[in-house]
Design a protein around this ligand. Structure first.
Ligand code: ADP
Ligand code: MG
Length: 255
């Protein structure tokens, strides 16, 4: 089976700072990959490179066998197929929930308004937010905004979903509702790469965990191995520190 996304030797610098140092990663359909590692190790940059929000300096990225990095890349092909959700939701504040969700399907996929809204309402129903369709984002809790942001990405029916620390900006009591949606998507077979600090959640939902250190994947493998019996001293040191900061909310969600 060919990979949904494949990275080979991906490198990226910001000025003198080498932020990604030759990343190799292959993600198959239905696979869920967690990127873990200390703040500044390059998780967000890696996700942005996959989505071409940041150009790579070297290396290649393929999506379903099509090259999606380097000059002349078809951004439309890429953005139709790859959804990304950020830590801070990034909903458009001047647009209703419904308009936030239907914007890309209408503009990029050329869906008719009624079809796009029908699908948006179905998705909102699913996450229990149908009543908020005409609300503006500032009327929603952080957890609700993040669920809308995830639905906005899902409305494009993406081939791959990138989630960048989507629970990090939430009050602890709101983390669980967002983790639940991700777990549901995982159960349905959505292919995902998630940067996360929720180690127990990563262990629960992912099939592959990659530990990044200073822009390189220094250990990767099944979650039980990387999180339960890490071989690399850097991974061990990171997990010792991170273990002390696991959120009570994630613990509660997993209980
Ligand atoms: P992480 O998500 O793992 O915390 P990031 O990918 O956000 O790490 O950042 C990796 C490094 O790249 C950090 O040192 C950060 O300061 C730097 N960096 C990220 N984005 C930019 C940018 N647009 N310009 C300059 N430096 C950046
Ligand atoms: Mg980040």
């Amino acid at each position: 089976m060919s990979a949904v996304v494949e990275l080979r030797g991906v490198a990226k610098a910001f000025g003198p700072a080498q932020v990604l140092r030759g990343i190799d990663l292959s993600v198959d359909e239905h696979q869920i990959v967690s990127l873990i590692g200390p703040s500044g190790c390059g998780k967000s940059t890696l996700l942005k490179c996959i989505n071409a929000l940041e150009p790579v300096d070297a290396g290649d990225i393929w999506l379903d066998g099509e090259r999606v990095s380097g000059p002349g890349v078809d951004l439309n092909f890429l953005r139709r197929r790859v959804g990304i959700v950020f830590q801070n939701f990034n909903l458009f504040p001047h647009m209703t929930v419904l308009d936030n969700i239907t914007l890309a399907p209408r503009k990029v996929l050329k869906q008719r308004r009624d079809a796009a809204e029908h699908e948006a309402c179905r998705l909102l129903e699913r996450i229990g937010l149908a009543a908020k369709a005409t609300a503006y984002p500032d009327r929603l809790s952080g957890g609700q905004q993040q669920r809308v942001a995830i639905v906005r990405a899902l409305a494009m029916n993406p081939r791959l979903l990138l989630l960048d620390e989507v629970t990090s900006a939430l009050d602890p009591q709101l983390v669980g509702e967002v983790l639940s949606i991700i777990a549901e998507l995982a159960a349905e077979g959505m292919t995902m790469i998630l940067a996360t600090h929720e180690m127990r959640f990563a262990r629960e939902v992912s099939n592959l965990v990659c530990f990044l250190h200073e822009g390189a994947i220094c250990e990767s493998g099944p979650p039980e191995q990387v999180l339960g019996d890490p071989r690399n001293e850097l991974t061990r040191a990171f997990l010792r520190r991170e273990g002390a900061t696991a959120t009570a909310a994630a613990e509660a969600w997993l209980a």
